[in-house]
Design a protein around this ligand. Structure first.
Ligand SMILES: *Cc1c(COP(=O)(O)O)cnc(C)c1O
Length: 462
């Protein structure tokens, strides 16, 4: 049978209708979901139906069931965790990625989307000021991007010690020492666990969560000379937004023969805004970097980016050489640069986002997020009983009331209020409310409405 566009009309027309309705309302609806997963689940509880349903009706039914459980992540007043919205061009490209249904693992099989991803990769390196010869892998998120960079790191530091981990595995080989800052993201520990590297050695951090260079120097000097060593640094602390001191820490780690990996899930993008770029000074001398496109760049989930300066190191970890997969020399296949074979062309929306922004638009996006964060910090600092507890250098603002109980009560009031979503968390021994400005659409009006929402919550919690 010949597939025709009209076979898809019903489903696509309904999907486009519902998508527009969602996007039309997402900026004004109450930000938190109205129903929890169990409530939504009860509407989906039946067994697999014997009879199927027409595609347009399936789409309608899906929307009907899921709607009460949707979080307005695309709202300009959603500040939870660190989650971006989606830029229009990126969303359009993402729809096409599904319609084209290309398996983006192999260069010769799906040349169109692979070429677009390669262009997106070059633009990411250019925009962030990373070494132009690096391999770029498009992965599901920064956790997998760190897994990718650290897999390359593990292979390289063990190879220098005369041990081929890709051939022989870890058993019987030299121990790999991994040094991380006290306030690294949990995903670094996950990536290390997936790699069989166990629990890392913690290097103390300062009051903003930055790894301390003197402590790193002591930790590096402490180990056996020449031991295979990996140092993980951070660009963008989820609480304070702070950056590790790359200009001192990277050369120090390299002096000890260590591989340096940078987790910059949202912070790496500071490099793209001239006024913020000093925050990442020296980071380009590291060996691998993990970042997300689905946070600061505002492409739809899921898209992380793994960058490794030495292509041979990442290809040794991930390349496959089975007979049915034709090898492309030079640029390498996508599956050489990331831990997946078959996958969607998730780098295509990144190309579209960067194409729609341009260098200027990207700088304005990232700079704008930091400016809104400062605006919120200044606004809430003027509220009786509310304190900003971090130095606001980037997109993250942490608030606290007089004590933990009041802070928690204010957090509950904020959720009930529905005007914003601000995550509760714990940082440096106290409960806090954390604002992460990560959505391209957050504007001055959102800043003002957020300050007022915090004022109401703080008043009720006092
Ligand atoms: C979000 C985040 C991660 C994890 O990224 P995922 O895309 O969720 O896998 C890692 N590190 C930092 C600093 C983050 O903010």
């Amino acid at each position: 049978m010949t597939v025709r566009g009209k076979d898809f009309d019903g489903a696509l027309d309904r999907a486009a209708h519902h998508a527009r309705a969602w996007l039309d309302g997402v900026g004004e609806r109450s930000v938190p979901p109205r129903a929890d997963a169990d409530t939504v689940g009860r509407t989906l509880a039946g067994p697999l139906p014997e009879r199927g349903l027409a595609p347009d009706a399936v789409v309608d039914e899906l929307v009907d069931r899921v709607e009460p459980g949707l979080m307005a992540i695309g709202s300009g007043r959603f500040f939870g965790w660190v989650m971006g919205g989606t830029l229009p061009a990126a969303l359009g490209a993402d729809w096409l990625v599904s319609a084209w249904d290309q398996n983006a693992g192999m260069r010769f099989a799906t040349p169109g989307v692979v070429a677009v991803e390669e262009a997106a990769g070059r633009w990411v390196l250019d925009a962030l000021g990373l070494p132009s010869g690096s391999d770029v892998g498009f992965v599901t998120g920064a956790t997998t991007a760190s897994f990718t960079g650290l897999a390359a790191a593990r292979g390289a530091v063990l190879a220098r010690a005369g041990w081929d981990v890709h051939d022989r595995g870890l058993t019987g080989g030299p121990a790999v020492r991994v040094l991380v800052g006290a306030e690294r993201h949990d995903s670094v520990d996950l990536a290390l666990r997936y790699l069989g590297l166990g629990v890392p050695t913690v290097v103390p951090a300062d009051d903003q969560g930055r790894l301390r260079t003197d402590a790193l120097a002591a930790a590096l000097a402490d180990g056996p000379a020449g031991a295979p060593t990996i140092v993980v640094l951070q660009a963008g602390n989820v609480h304070s937004g702070s950056f590790d001191p790359f200009a001192e820490a990277v050369p120090l780690a390299h002096d000890h023969g260590a591989w340096v990996h940078v987790d910059g899930a949202f912070g790496l993008w500071a490099a793209a805004a001239p006024e913020l770029a000093p925050l990442v000074r020296g980071f380009e001398a590291a060996d691998s970097w993990a970042t997300d496109a689905h946070k600061t760049l505002n492409v739809p989930y899921d898209c992380g980016v793994a960058v490794v300066a030495d292509p041979a190191a990442v290809r040794a970890a991930f390349g496959v050489h089975t007979a049915y997969l034709v090898d492309a020399p030079g640029p390498g296949n996508p599956y050489d640069k990331a831990p997946e074979l078959s996958r969607r062309a998730r780098g295509v929306p990144t190309w579209a986002a960067l194409r729609s922004l341009g260098r200027e638009g990207l700088a304005a996006l990232v700079g704008g997020l930091a400016r809104r964060a400062r605006g919120i910090a200044e606004g809430v600092a003027g509220i009786d009983g509310v304190r900003v507890v971090n130095d606001v250098v980037y997109t993250q603002v942490c608030l606290a009331l007089a004590d933990d109980a009041r802070t928690r009560a204010a957090g509950e009031r904020l959720v009930a209020d529905g005007e914003t979503w601000i995550s509760g968390s714990r940082w440096q021994g106290r409960d806090i409310l954390r604002v992460s400005v990560s959505n391209w659409s957050t504007d001055e009006d959102d800043v003002a409405r957020t300050v007022e929402a915090v004022r109401r919550a703080a008043h009720d919690a006092a």
